[in-house]
Ligand binder design. Structure first.
Ligand code: WT7
Length: 683
């Protein structure tokens, strides 16, 4: 008999895992209360009586039962699965809900159209305040079907890859769901990436089509997108069609490959039969940076990803039926995939698509939007909060934020100042604030406080608790498991979970090497973490050569590869240094060929342009320092630690430099840095 039938849920599980609980009466959202949060350590006696503990324990000790019943209760299946999971973290064989068939777009659209067709699915908060567009579930299903039929009629089939290069908009969401409907694999590329970066992704994924806009609109500015796509597809022979949506009225020059999207969609039927997809068929690829120069195409599949996105969306944010969920991320990042599109839509929520910036037309934009759209959960990035808290609190206070119930933060560590400002000024001290830790590779939130768990404490600026099914372990330098509390180490997850990435597209070996080999038997996150005396997790930051600029992940090797293409540059080393608003910024140490010494200013400008054109504007280093040579070990490895000490002006304490090939290089670099600072200080 199929496991989908044998793993029948018990009463309590059914209630807890059922699609979404009824709205809670007003006034019950007192997870953190208005009292200032107690200092870390004060909660220890509470830990033992967490109401969700039971459920967490079940998810760890009997994952088949936990996830099996959740999958039966929460997803609509075309065919039931016969086995909950088949995973081996040493080889990277990861399969969930084996034998099951379903369609993700049906779970995000059709099931809700049956019960509440006129509920608003999307509120598109356009750049210009007050011009929002609402799209109901019925309308979104129709639009998705028309777009799906458009793709189909242009030869896109199940398994084909489609790149989406669009800012957040209902058509971007429909493009993702249209791919899901016909079984195509989408790869959304953040519309801030350059044409070369876009081309690299299209080539790696061998995309058959691109969906884009003529232009984007952000912060009152018009950003051309179509020319970037034109330049990219010139080097992408696999692309047969470019579907162009008209975001603005400006005329667009159309070429041979181009298809006017809206025009063609209107002549397509608003109904499209969903493809029955195997649980483990590919749903999407999303490229992200690693420690080598080449971004990796992280692979997510159908059922496990969707289930994990929907369960985390409900529990971490305490989402209730009928809430308006406001995640201000772009669809080009995993946050946009899981918490703008798939999680909220699977739960039948009204989800906000935020096209603008936190400071347009003024620093009150987020909160004016909260007031106008009556947003219940607000999920944003620390970098934006750090920018906003510098302005007068009046920009927040003048708007009615009484609709807010839960606040969330994602993408990078949230500092205490930003946490308290968000909690006390934005949330008036009455909304639980959840710091959520996760990654492109994890598919959904893995560590976060649980506000739905009444009485469970929230410690400021800490991700704290593993989500259901997540078992964090900390590893020491010799690869040993660190037991007990009050320890720090490499953060690994020792059990597979349904939302985890399955592989790197076209390079399973790289997947195994990067995530599974470093600590055999576990998934290695690349982050370090501390387990507090109370057993809560605090993320301490990346342990590899990946930096985080305004919540955007960047490999320093990617920037180095771009810089190294300049003919005057034999060698570079890029590190990240702290920045008050962006979190981190790249700092580039550049070696110039001797004959170019006198042209260094010109060359540095060319290097800035090179990085912008090879990657994106946000990847351009904030600082450059020309040096004669780089600090290297005898085996030729660059000692970035030393560069970091110099750039952060902590070179008094360099630690062990005995492995350097020539220790005199340190003095040389410090002198170059001091010289550079003196010049910067000159009026
Ligand atoms: C890296 C993942 C998760 C969606 C957005 C970023 C850092 C993420 C936190 C947090 C401290 C965090 C980690 C992680 N990170 N959230 N709450 N506290 N660090 O996804 O681009 O895949 O980046 O972002 O270093 O490894 P991503």
């Amino acid at each position: 008999m199929a496991a989908a039938q044998t793993t029948r849920t018990t009463g309590f599980l059914r209630t807890l895992l059922s699609r979404c609980p009824a709205p809670r009466p007003p006034g019950r959202h007192r997870g953190l209360s208005s009292l200032p949060p107690p200092p870390p350590g004060a909660w220890s006696s509470d830990v033992s009586r967490l109401p969700h503990r039971e459920l967490y324990r079940l998810s760890i000790h009997n994952p088949d039962r936990f996830w099996g019943s959740a999958a039966v209760d929460r997803l609509r299946w075309v065919e039931p699965f016969h086995r909950v999971r088949d995973c081996d973290l040493s080889t990277g064989r990861i399969s969930w809900f084996l034998g099951g068939k379903l369609n993700v777009s049906v779970n995000c659209l059709d099931v809700h159209v049956e019960t509440h067709p006129d509920r608003v699915a999307l509120i598109w908060e356009r750049d210009e305040p007050g011009t929002e567009v609402k799209v109901t579930y019925r309308e979104l299903l129709e639009t998705t079907c028309r777009l799906a039929n458009t793709l189909k009629s242009h030869g896109i089939q199940k398994g084909d890859r489609v790149a989406v290069y669009m800012p957040v908009s209902p058509l971007a969401v429909a493009a993702m769901l249209a791919c899901a409907r016909i079984g195509a694999v989408h790869t959304v590329v953040f519309a801030g990436f350059s044409s070369e970066a876009l081309a690299g992704r299209i080539q790696d994924a061998q995309c058959k089509a691109v969906v884009t806009c003529n232009e984007g609109v952000r912060g009152g500015r018009v950003i051309p997108l179509k020319p970037t796509v034109d330049a990219a597809v010139r080097s992408c022979p696999t692309v047969q069609h470019v579907f162009v949506s008209q975001r603005t009225d400006n005329p667009t020059v159309m070429g041979d490959l181009d298809v006017p999207l809206e025009e063609v969609m209107t002549s397509q039927p608003p109904v499209c039969p969903p493809e029955a997809m195997d649980s483990e068929d590919l749903l999407f690829l999303l490229y992200t940076s690693g420690s080598t120069g080449k971004p990796k195409g992280v692979v997510h599949t159908q059922a496990g990803y969707l289930l994990y996105a929907s369960l985390t969306h409900q529990y971490v944010f305490d989402y209730r039926d009928g809430d308006v969920f406001g995640c201000v991320a772009d669809v080009g990042w995993i946050t946009g995939h899981s918490y703008v599109v798939y999680g909220p839509l699977c739960n039948g929520a009204t989800t906000v698509l935020f096209e603008s910036t936190p400071v347009y037309p003024d620093p009150g934009r987020y909160w004016e939007t909260v007031q106008r759209l009556r947003i219940n959960q607000f999920y944003g990035a620390p970098t934006a909060l750090r920018l906003l808290l510098k302005y007068d609190d009046g920009w927040v206070k003048k708007y009615d934020r009484s609709s807010l119930k839960t606040l969330g933060s994602v993408g990078e560590p949230i500092n205490h100042e930003a946490w308290y400002w968000f909690h006390s000024v934005v949330g008036d001290g009455r909304c639980p604030l959840v710091d959520t830790w996760w990654q492109t590779e994890t598919g959904g939130i893995c560590i976060a406080p649980r506000p739905a768990d009444e009485g469970a404490p929230i410690v400021p600026a800490m991700a704290m608790r593993p989500f259901f099914g997540i078992q964090p372990v900390l590893m020491g330098e010799k690869g040993e498991r660190l037991s007990g509390n009050g320890v720090s180490g490499a953060l690994c997850l020792s059990q597979p979970w349904p939302g985890m990435a399955r592989t790197i597209y076209g390079d399973h070996q790289r997947f195994v090497e990067a995530y599974l080999k470093p600590f055999p038997g576990c998934y290695f996150t690349g982050d370090g973490a501390h387990r507090s005396e109370d057993g809560y997790y605090q993320i301490t930051g990346r342990m590899d050569d990946v930096i985080n600029v305004s919540g955007h992940r960047l490999g320093t090797a990617e920037i180095e590869d771009a810089l190294d293409e300049h003919p005057a540059v034999p060698e570079t080393a890029v590190i990240g240094i702290p920045h008050g608003i962006k979190g981190e910024v790249p700092f580039a140490f550049v070696v110039l060929k001797e004959e170019f010494d006198d042209d260094s200013l010109v060359i540095l400008q060319q290097l800035r342009e090179l990085v912008a054109s090879k990657i994106a504007k946000y990847a351009v280093p904030d600082h450059f320092l020309v040096v004669k040579r780089l600090p290297k070990t005898r085996s030729g490895k660059i000692m970035r630690r030393i560069l970091k000490n110099v750039a952060m002006e902590t070179a008094d304490d360099l630690g062990d430099v005995s492995t350097l090939d020539d220790p005199s290089v340190v003095k040389e670099i410090i002198e170059a840095y001091e010289q550079h600072r003196k010049q910067e200080d000159k009026p």
